[in-house]
Ligand binder design. Structure first.
Ligand SMILES: NC(=O)c1ccc[n+]([C@@H]2O[C@H](COP(=O)([O-])OP(=O)(O)OC[C@H]3O[C@@H](n4cnc5c(N)ncnc54)[C@H](O)[C@@H]3O)[C@@H](O)[C@H]2O)c1
Length: 344
């Protein structure tokens, strides 16, 4: 039985306590938050867990085999590094860290200590996203030209990180997963409306090898909640709407264009309007699947899909986007040659 401790019991942490309490192969033995009030609230709901205010004491007391870190982004690196130094397995909420150099240090530490380092890119553990990747990689949609993703809502507004660092890790992780690797170039524009230092809305463009494009629009200042990702291929197109009961719709739509040899005078385009269908997807709470996968990887010594390298790649895109953002949307090149791609 793997003993789990959950650190950070604000907005998100209690969801992790619930999920880890409901899955097999582990037991939530301790919870930690520097706020006494948050500890009291969790203790009411989960009376058997041991509450502790100080993270260092949690590490020193042999209460846990693994820690789950759901504290603000700026604290991720320090807490994760201390836990790995105590030979604990570590799950870190997204983004893994604020900088890719810190991500690399965590990957190295996890390797030296032979411990699982897992990042909370929850969508890569959700059934519709896994299904969408299967459809892309089987060739059902044909050659992909672009993928766009919108993550919009009114709130919740964060004071510590921008909408780019708070919301876009979800979309970036999905785009890298679908595209099978890193973009070559990134550019990003945004607007800081409420606080001059923190962007509330961002529009991120990524160019991938093979003349493919990724677009991400995130905002916590939008009137309607939207979670929509569109994949445009030359055979079919697919839309993943996380708020719809039928999460994925596949459209047999497209444009039949003539071969490049045909001269402009004879250039004829025809549109293809076929039917649509929704593939059957086994319902499972993504967060619970994610927590189960962390425990399975520890128990079986497997490398998670959302491992430290995956966390580092998402942070590298965020860093490049941030650089672009502060330079008015300039194109930032990523050193693609030296980057790994996802195994297919
Ligand atoms: N996967 C998702 O969909 C999702 C959703 C929301 C938040 N998150 C992530 O979860 C993390 C936390 O977000 P949140 O919205 O819950 O933040 P929050 O500010 O609501 O809560 C953070 C908690 O951490 C505690 N804390 C801070 N530093 C600490 C320390 N050194 N030791 C112990 N406790 C400490 C605070 O007291 C607070 O209770 C972030 O990384 C965020 O990106 C993920």
């Amino acid at each position: 039985m793997i003993r789990v401790g959950i650190v950070g019991l604000g907005y998100w942490g209690p969801n992790l306590v619930r999920c880890f309490s409901e899955i097999e192969g582990c037991k939530v033995t301790a919870v930690c938050d520097q706020s006494y009030d948050q500890l009291l609230r969790i203790k009411d709901r989960f009376p058997t867990v041991y509450p502790i205010e100080n993270f260092d004491l949690l590490l020193d007391r042999d209460l846990v085999d693994a820690v789950v870190i759901a504290t603000p982004t700026a604290t991720h690196y320090q807490l994760a590094a201390s836990a790995l130094e105590h030979d604990l397995h570590v799950f870190v909420e997204k983004p893994l860290s604020q900088t890719s150099s810190e991500c690399r240090k965590l990957i190295q530490l996890a390797g030296e200590r032979n411990r699982t380092l897992f990042v909370g890119h929850v969508f890569l553990h959700s059934a519709p996203v896994i299904k969408m990747r299967e459809m892309i990689h089987s060739g059902e949609l044909g050659k992909i030209s672009y993928i766009s993703s919108r993550r919009l809502n009114l709130g919740p507004i964060r004071k510590d990180v921008s909408a780019l660092f708070d919301l876009a890790p979800h979309d970036i992780s999905m785009l890298l997963y679908f595209m099978g690797g890193m973009p070559k170039q990134v550019s990003c524009n945004g607007l800081a409306v409420l606080n001059p230092r923190i962007h509330d809305v961002c529009s991120l463009n990524m160019m991938f090898p093979g003349n493919r494009m990724g677009m991400v629009h995130v905002s916590w200042l939008d009137p309607r909640k939207e979670r929509v990702l569109t994949v445009v291929g030359d055979r079919k197109m697919a839309v993943y709407d996380d708020l719809d009961q039928e999460k994925i719709k596949v459209y047999d739509k497209g444009v039949n264009s003539p071969p490049p040899s045909v001269d402009f005078a004879e250039f004829q385009i025809s549109y293809r309007y076929g039917g649509s269908y929704s593939p059957w997807i086994q319902e499972k709470e993504p967060l619970k699947s994610e927590c189960s996968e962390f425990i399975r990887c520890i128990a079986e010594g497997d490398i998670p899909v959302t491992d430290g390298v995956n966390g580092q790649q998402v942070t590298e895109v965020l860093e490049a986007a941030q650089e672009s953002l502060i330079h008015g949307g300039k194109v930032v090149n990523l050193d693609f040659e030296n980057r790994g791609a996802f195994a297919s």
